[in-house]
Ligand binder design. Structure first.
Ligand SMILES: Cc1cn([C@H]2C[C@H](O)[C@@H](COP(=O)(O)OP(=O)(O)OP(=O)(O)O)O2)c(=O)[nH]c1=O
Length: 198
């Protein structure tokens, strides 16, 4: 029987899997998350998701029947990747740039088991309304932005900044659940409403 391991320190990803009734065991293995020179954002998130699951599988000692799931989320504005804010000034620059505009959120999900590996990248467009300096400062003071790509969490207080989303809400939060369920079924992990093939 296949057993699922989550190669992620993100509480959001664990909660999203729980939302679709998929139990998992956490198996984190850290990787270098720096983009390569001139690496396109789509290639970057897919590479990181794949590296996270490979590192997770290695940490498990290549355990038989283990399926490892990992993901990576990036916020992209004008072709530039906005990572997690390093400090308030960095966060302020990000939110000023995102305000009143549409940006892209790219999330890659990857699965590995033995020598089999698969990944999907999901793109969503998120539009922010205009933001005042006072709102940006108050949002930083909430503590919510610091561990999130682009410096915001759509599932949290920042919901009031989002006027429109086109794409996958769960992918913006950290895991595209429709695509993830299909991949899990392909790898023999039981998932709500998905017949397994493995
Ligand atoms: C845009 C956005 C991102 N995020 C989060 C999802 C991810 O946890 C994080 C992006 O960083 P990631 O590097 O994708 O993930 P992580 O470092 O949190 O966890 P791990 O690598 O161990 O899996 O930003 C939200 O929670 N809400 C949002 O609206």
């Amino acid at each position: 029987m296949a057993e699922l391991f989550l190669a992620s320190a993100s509480p959001r990803r664990r909660e999203l899997l729980a939302q679709i009734a998929v139990p998992c065991v956490t198996q984190i293995a850290s990787i270098d998350e720096n983009p390569l020179p001139d690496e396109p954002a789509t290639a970057y998130v897919e590479r990181l998701a794949r590296e996270k699951v490979r590192a997770g599988l290695t940490a498990l000692g290549g355990r038989a029947n283990a399926v490892v799931l990992g993901a990576d989320t990036a916020v992209v504005l004008d072709g530039r990747i906005l990572g997690k804010p390093q400090d308030f000034a960095d966060f302020q620059r990000m939110l000023r740039a995102l305000a009143g505009r549409t940006h892209q959120v790219l999330t890659a999900v990857a699965l590995v088991s033995g020598d089999r590996e698969a990944a999907r990248v999901v793109a969503s467009d998120v539009t922010f309304r205009a933001l005042s300096e006072a709102e940006i400062e108050a949002y930083w003071a909430s503590g919510e932005p610091c561990d999130k790509a682009g410096g915001y969490g759509i599932q949290g207080l920042a919901a009031v900044f989002v006027s429109r989303i086109e794409g996958s809400y769960s992918a913006v939060v950290g895991l595209p659940l429709c695509e993830t369920a299909q991949l899990l079924a392909d790898f023999g992990i039981p998932c709500w409403q998905m017949p397994t093939q493995g």
